[in-house]
Design a protein. Sequence first.
Length: 135
Amino acid sequence: RIGLVLEWVEGMNLKAYANECGLRWNLLPQDGRVKDGGDPGPNHKRKLLMDVTSGMQFLHAQKPPIIHRDLKPANILVEMLATPPRAKITDFGVSVLLESDDVQGKSGTKAYMAPEVVTGKQYNTSADVYSFGCT
């Protein structure tokens, strides 16, 4: 049996957070100036992105590696009580252990799936990196 003990995160998912504060993922506006308003700015966005990449690095460094297989904004929680807010990966319902070199089978949300997952080919932890890039 496998059991997960998860931290309680007071906040919302990244999709809702982005909508609420007008977050746009372009790290620098086209004119190069940070605008006033609801968007928290490029440093805050970089911090959230680094939180997720650190989480992926942790999952992929396990023995055997863990592939999330459904990494998307709705599965990333933003902890609002932290200063600055922190991002945390959630929803491991379709994740798998990479016990051989590759995994097969479609799993996840199609809009965020790597091409090799969509086409039913073998894939590995790089599929999570692709999904995160779509985020």
